[in-house]
Design a protein around this ligand. Structure first.
Ligand SMILES: *Cc1c(COP(=O)(O)O)cnc(C)c1O
Length: 428
């Protein structure tokens, strides 16, 4: 646990790394190694038996990844974290860590396209059912829950609708029924702290705002350390039944001497061991560089987005601007209660001329990059109906909030005048 509570300070000083004990290196060294020398045979046996925690093999843990994991755990206010090879791997592990064939999770319909496909199609192959519910009715989560529901899943600020998920309400329903809420907080680092609203697990695609410079793919899962898995009994077989792959260890018990980290410990010792998908030490280093300036970048991202949203809303060719700063009613209330210090930098605009106008606008942008990414320091744009959401049929697109004329913007940290100038010339 970090001694600091302010995100600006945690981003630089949080977690396990101070200076490197061997060299004094202030920057976190890139430990580009597969394996770690044991002190003696007893040490090796203790590490394998989990009697002592330490480095064995980079598929399972690595000191550069550890520096990132402990710093992000501190940033989110969680107990421990696990870095993996992508945001998709993080989501897959979040579900697989609790579900066996025949089990289910209940998920919001408002999801990243990759997560949608994983949930709607790929997990089915393994006998895991995902029950989709409309997030505007939190009680839908309760109605979809049965004895084999292992978790709830949602995104803090899902695009394209950009309506903040009713996190506190659904977490409370889950706490009542004994079901943990897993939040994808990719689009709202720093500005939303899901553990403060009752979430049990947080994941990020570090590819986006945390990395912030569009260089590396990665993901991370943070264990809030705030959920009583043991009390859930049969609801959590992977954590409460003896694990034959680890001499019959019961993870909710085995983790006790190490802290409230049963969920993340099992993810590391079983899923990383068997399935792989670790984060590379080099990418962990890149994400640490991004993390150090993340609080500062988020401030600028959010300030620019509010100004761009207001400017676009007043433009005659723009029929609709979707950004939490312009939301009304219940959506506005949720944005105000869950987001602190900013409303995020994703934005949707709808253009009068539909699909052709959306595509033409993208073609005319000069400074904005046209890419399938978000959260970069640079401003980005894409036309979802013909790209990110093109694998969905028309009714699925409509359900997810993508209209033919919708353009997604990820507002960067350039000077606001240059952002608006590029939008202006592209619209004219
Ligand atoms: C990009 C993204 C993911 C997937 O992350 P990758 O690092 O690309 O695998 C998951 N959730 C959200 C909200 C994302 O934006």
């Amino acid at each position: 646990m970090s001694q600091y509570t302010n995100p600006e300070t945690i981003a630089l000083h949080g977690g396990s790394h101070r200076a490197d004990p061997n060299t004094g290196s202030v920057a976190v060294p890139i430990h580009q190694t597969t394996s770690f020398q044991f002190q003696d045979t007893g040490h090796a046996a203790r590490l394998f038996g989990l009697a002592e925690l330490g480095n064995i093999y980079t598929r399972i843990m690595n000191p550069t990844c550890d520096a990132l994991e402990t710093r992000i755990a501190a940033m989110e206010g969680g107990a421990a974290a696990l870095a993996v090879g992508s945001g998709q791997a993080a989501t897959t592990f979040c579900v697989m860590n609790l579900c066996e064939a025949g089990d289910n999770i209940v998920s919001s319909t408002d999801l990243y396209g990759g997560t949608w496909n994983l949930f709607a199609n790929t997990l089915k192959q393994f006998g895991i059912e995902v029950r989709f519910v409309d997030p505007s009715d939190p009680e839908g989560f309760a109605r979809a829950t049965d004895a084999r529901t292992r978790a709830y899943y949602a995104e803090t600020l899902p695009n394209p609708k950009l309506q903040v998920f009713p996190m506190a309400e659904v977490a409370a329903i889950g706490r009542r029924l004994g079901v943990p809420l897993i939040m994808d907080n990719t689009a709202a680092p720093i500005i939303c702290k899901p553990f403060q609203h009752g979430a049990a697990i947080v994941m990020h695609s570090t590819t986006k705002w945390i990395g912030g410079h569009g260089t590396s793919i990665g993901g991370i899962v943070v264990d809030g350390g705030n959920f009583d898995w043991e009390a859930g009994g049969d609801r959590f077989p992977t954590l409460n039944k003896p694990d034959p792959s680890y001499h019959g260890a019961v993870w909710s018990q085995a983790a006790k001497p190490l802290g409230p980290i049963a969920y993340i410990l099992r993810m590391r010792t079983c899923l990383l061991r068997d399935i792989g998908a670790p984060m590379s030490p080099f990418n962990a280093f890149m994400f640490l560089q991004g993390l150090e300036t993340l609080p500062l970048r988020m401030e600028r991202h959010c300030a620019n987005a509010i100004k761009a949203a207001a400017w676009l809303a007043a433009h005659p060719k723009v029929t609709k601007v979707i950004h939490p700063s312009l939301a009304e009613g219940e959506a506005r209330k949720r944005a105000d209660t869950h987001l602190k210090g900013g409303m995020g930098s994703l934005m949707g605009i709808e253009l009068a001329g539909g699909k052709e106008a959306g595509q033409a606008f993208i073609e005319k942008l000069k400074m904005f990059y046209h890419v399938a990414n978000i959260g970069d320091a640079r401003s980005l744009a894409i036309h979802p109906a013909t790209t990110t959401h093109s694998q969905l049929d028309e009714s699925e697109q409509a359900m997810s909030g993508v209209t033919p004329g919708y353009v997604r913007l990820s507002i960067g940290i350039e000077h606001i005048d240059d952002i608006i100038a590029d939008l202006e010339q592209a619209l004219s």
